[in-house]
Write a protein that binds this ligand. Sequence first.
Ligand code: Q46
Ligand code: ZN
Ligand code: ZN
Length: 320
Amino acid sequence: MKCRMCGEKAAINMRQHKLALCREHYLEWLPQQVQKAIEHYRMFERDERVLVAVSGGKDSLSLWDILWRLGYSTEGLYIGLGIQGEADYSLTSRDLSQKFADERALKLNVVDVRELYGATIPEAATISNRGHGKPCSVCGLVKRHVMNRVARDGGFGVLVTGHNLDDEAAVLMQNTLHWAGGYLVRQAPVLLSTHPGLARKAKPFCRIYERETAAYALLRGIEYIYDECPFAVGSTTLYNKDILNTMEGERPGTKLQFYLSFLQAKEQGLFAPQPPASELNTCLTCGQPTSAPGTCTFCRLWEKVRAASPAARSAAGSPM
Ligand code: Q46
Ligand code: ZN
Ligand code: ZN
């Protein structure tokens, strides 16, 4: 297989795009695709400061590398969840994120959940008894809160995450199987701020296949954590990804078409519009936007954890 641009040996063949490229041309091509998506979905402008949520994995580190090379003003945010697993998942992912940032003289903001709030994510999930034995709902809640707080306090124009096409298609499949209207309405490449305390969020990799981000990380020589979070094993998302990969294997382009057709249907008004911003309240404890009046779910979670754990109580008073 030869590179379409120069005729040299191809490093990647993308059947879904009918395109094979050598290393050099692939490393040029992918950032161009990302820039196109940023402009097409109006994710952010050249002069906006961008906060990149990084996990130490191939997607978020490749995304940060690309935005940096495209000349955007970026900082990283790593959230230490305190998840161990076989290779001490959290520690390894933190070290790799820090190494990545140091090599490029970029700033990495680190928030360690245990240091700040007094319990790791698995501990908080057990104490609060949320999520029926899996810490993912607590994890998602804490990550959303911390990402938004750091973006808002740091004066960033936008918060970006490394979600790729495979992630988006898997979530879309789940939401479609349940006809989860509320989630379908909110699933988008860019979520505008609907409250002064809410950061704009964007997913510049939403049209990029997971295989393409992995190829970018490998060809660029980015060191990343290969292991998934141990709690991801057996998840519905991975199950949906497997099914979509089977379909993609037989019909290249299926995932992209599924996702893009969904966005198009939304543009054509298939789903009801989002509720107006005025429906959001401000949490009395932390000041972040919350759907119900009073204290937000995040603050209520930690109140419960603190009531049950002396370690968490001594961390009280930390910034929410
Ligand atoms: S939610 Fe669940 Fe992920 Fe958190 S606990 Fe791991 S698998 S990291 S995206
Ligand atoms: Zn080439
Ligand atoms: Zn709150």
